[in-house]
Design a protein. Sequence first.
Lengths: 218, 547, 315
Amino acid sequence: MNSNAITTRYPGYDVLNKRDTPSWDPITRQVVEERLSMSRQPRFFDLAQWTAATALCTCVVVQPDDRLAVPVAAMLDARLFEDQGDGWRDARLPPLRQAWCIGLAALDAESQGEHGLVFAQLAAARQTALVEQMQCGKLRAAAWQGMPSDLFFSERVLHDLYGAYYAHPAAWSEIGFGGPANPRGYVRLNKNRRDPWEAIEATAENAATVKRKNTRVR
Amino acid sequence: MSGDAVQHPRARGGQAPDVFRKGGWVSMREYPCDEEVDFVIVGTGAGGATLACRLAEQGFKVVALDAGAWWRPLEEFASDEAHQQKLYWTDQRICDGDNPLKMGSNNSGKAVGGSTVHFAMVSLRFRPEWFKCRSLLGYGADWPIDWREMWRYYDEVEQALSIAGPITYPWGPPRKRYPYRSHELNAAALVLARGAEAMGTAWSATPLATVSAPHGKSPPCVYRGFCVAGCATNAKQSALVTWIPRALKAGAEIRDLAMAGRIETNDLGRAVGVEYFRDGAWRFQRARNVVVAGYAIETPRLLLLSANHRFPDGLANSSGLVGKNLMVQSNQAVWGVMDEEIRSYKGPPSLSISEHWNYQDKGKDFFGGYAYMSQGPLPVGWASTQNGRGLWGAKLSREMQKYNHQAGLKIVGETLPQERNRVTLADEKDQYGLPVARITYGFCDNDKKLIAHALHFMEQALEAAGGKEIWRQEDDTCHLNGTARMGDDPRTSVVNADCRSWDIPNLWICDGSVFPTIGGVNPSLTIQAIACRTADRIRALAQRGEL
Amino acid sequence: MKQRMRSDTTTLLALGGIAIAATVLGARKPARAAWSAAPRQTRREAPTHIAAARRFNHSSSLLALSVLADSAVEHYRGSFKNPAMFIPLLSASLSFFAGLHGGRDRRAASHPVRHGIHAFAAMAGIAGTGFHIYNVTKRTGGWSWNNLFYAAPLGAPTALLLSGGLGAIGERLRDQPANEPRLLGMPAGRAMALAVSAGLLGTVGEVGLLHFRGAFQHPAMYAPVIIPPVAATLMVQTALAAPRPRPGTRWWLRLTAALGLLGVGFHARGIARCQGGWRNWSQNIPSGPPLPAPPSFTALALAGLAALRLRQTEK
Ligand SMILES: Cc1cc2nc3c(=O)[nH]c(=O)nc-3n(C[C@H](O)[C@H](O)[C@H](O)COP(=O)(O)OP(=O)(O)OC[C@H]3O[C@@H](n4cnc5c(N)ncnc54)[C@H](O)[C@@H]3O)c2cc1C
Ligand code: SF4
């Protein structure tokens, strides 16, 4: 997909710059630190699954290419390793781990069936096309074991991948979110007002100045 | 340090965590399991904690159990949506029906303090007519309680929680002044206000259970906006920082990480105590009275799990209604992009409200009402809302770039009680070896009409407030009620007005499950008011020797 | 809890002690400094009305300082969105120095620059009130409690008006004869007592509103809505009744002056009680109880004492 299509409105802003300010408390520093230093090697997925999962993450979650990518697949793997459920599941879906194992295998099977290659080997456009078919529930190979592919896509793929991505500080910076806020919260609540520790939104004209200012936001 | 709270019970050895001090402890009375206490209460949320506190203050011996952990917010609540999942009920539940529900973060908590630990603090009263909606408005079922009586208990709860609300509330009969002043409105709240004014309807600052000035050991709200991920400030007046400390002071014992699996009854058909799992073993607490306050899913589940020879369909279930009439609230929204920066992550999420359509009956082609409120989603929640539109890839990234400009109006809408919406037991087992709950849910036509009306109205309001690229979020629900309704007739209800079960006189149910109807407002204030009333009724019954 | 409360009380007592000591010193020091810094003056006892004028200059100065600090914090909070938001800072700074200057000046003639500065402050105060009213009304909700609480504070610019007013009175008074000085067509002492009384009542209105917003969550929050109104009433009585020694009124004004300084201590304590305490100053100073506000009472009470003294010399 065209990853250049997105440019942040908050150039230069990095919530991590606030790590040592009153906006972050020790417990937050600790949990974010753990997330940032997470192993990028799979502990739950086997090689085939890991390859498929990584390709799926790259296809679904578009990331800007001027920074290190958020390791969405590794975050997913960690979650599956700990078997950290949401507390519910649609009756048509199997439990978390099983759903992912079936889903990834099925994606490879569909891909093999159509193109003779596993999902990860497909060109980006073909991957996208396959994912779009999954989204519409059109993938029905036996490998799905009766699991509706659209439901797998909405309740597992989107939910789990974006749940991971937007839990990452890089994603917070990208959308201009204030990030952690304890003990310091916010003072200026009205429209078009920002606290000195919030990101400045840039326009096409002032991007360079804003970028410089944003690097000092903390 | 935070892993610790979910692995080992903290409340023991005569002490319990002090929620107001890092690493602090307060003393706690303890009762041996073989002592027959006056009340054992399952669940310490809005219903259970309130009742535990009020009963202990009346001098009863109270033991309350909660399956969740006992957190110290000041040091254990991270400013992090993902990490704070630890507050939610994430044990497995299976959802089916026409509109399978999404649970977890959305509607139920597992912690000492229950769902109030991560609730959004909106503290509203029912419209008086709703207590008699069958007779007065022609739908649902009448409550066995008079609204004027509830009005007194609402006063009490609002005082106890130092609710910050407006000087005059535009809807409903007069009420006492809120103990604290309403909060400053954020930009998102003012979008609602502008829209309401353009539509010619009233709006108001939302009465919230977070303090706008110091109260006791709670500092004022700092507008950090992480409320539904738990308040690390202790400004939020959750049960964890209000009723629970009071209950401890009054001599109640509260056991964390204590999962009740079964209520035992004797040959006389009376409850004798609760079997619960704590610290690696099943234990049994004897009690003269058992109260179930596990919220609308776990309460019927426990009653069904406790089926025995004498009560083969589960306890208190001679009406067959345990688990039935589950009511969520519809939680649809319209979202739009504003020219100005809104940054709705600042402040409690719902600072302003319109209850217009709760009090206005004209122009509706459906029963019931709804309130709508301003919104303040955090990134993970917001991305998932966008996913709900089917967005992903570059389209989603572009939408997410508008995060600081988006504003939304979201309803808390009434749904009608239907017996087909229910909680049953599934074959699958949880980590304690207990069958998990199966939750079946579908909207009825009336619910759908209400939603359509709300979306239509809010769309106009948002547009009038300057919203662009407006779209509808049609899939969300919130809050859970019903499943053990109260009433006047043992054939059509599970408990009476005093929350006492018809079938087993010393078994009580005191939480969101007892609602016969749900109304168009968030339920916690009503749950707490009912718990206060129940405590008073128990005292009266005890004095007459009728317990 | 109990222990915590005890330590709170100790802190407050300590702060109170410091505050009172500061009042006494603060009231003395400038006077003494003025003596030594005015060698050109004859050492003969200055006329009463000049002493009163100087005290008014001092009060004006203290008030200006309070306005300076308060508007700096509040307008910083408002991100100086409108360049006009710098005006009170400028005006209050000028008034502060003008007041100090006047406090040292024993000449029996008004100083045109000082007078101009005070007039400017008064005008800025009036304009500021206008701006703030506009700010409240243009907000969604208009004249609502919420806007009165959280939009631009209506009463705040009046403090600048008061500072200018006190300063201007101080100047005008100097142009009056030593015998039976008059202001606004009445004996000067009476006029000054009435002015102080009005100032006190206006300030009480503002404090009342803000402490109501704070739900009077601490009993001490009632003090500034009880003590100063009594002082204001006593000032009216001083103005209207026949002049005579009023030790009770003097005592009450001193109490009011101390209250203003004590208030700073309470507000400092309030900031410490906010989440993150003083370490989180970038939030808690603008959002917590306003530190610089309470000394307005001190300024007005000191002016009241001056008026009282002058009034006692009148017939
Ligand atoms: C994100 C969110 C936002 C909300 N916002 C609002 C709002 O703004 N306003 C409002 O009024 N309401 C709100 N609510 C709803 C409100 O929190 C609940 O309605 C209310 O807390 C329910 O009270 P309860 O006592 O019935 O159950 P809960 O408060 O959920 O308490 C039940 C407790 O019982 C425990 N439990 C359950 N089963 C067992 C068992 N077998 N053994 C031991 N313990 C058990 C659970 O661990 C839990 O702690 C919100 C809820 C959520 C999730
Ligand atoms: S906004 Fe207020 S209530 Fe919400 S988490 Fe922050 S301090 Fe707590």
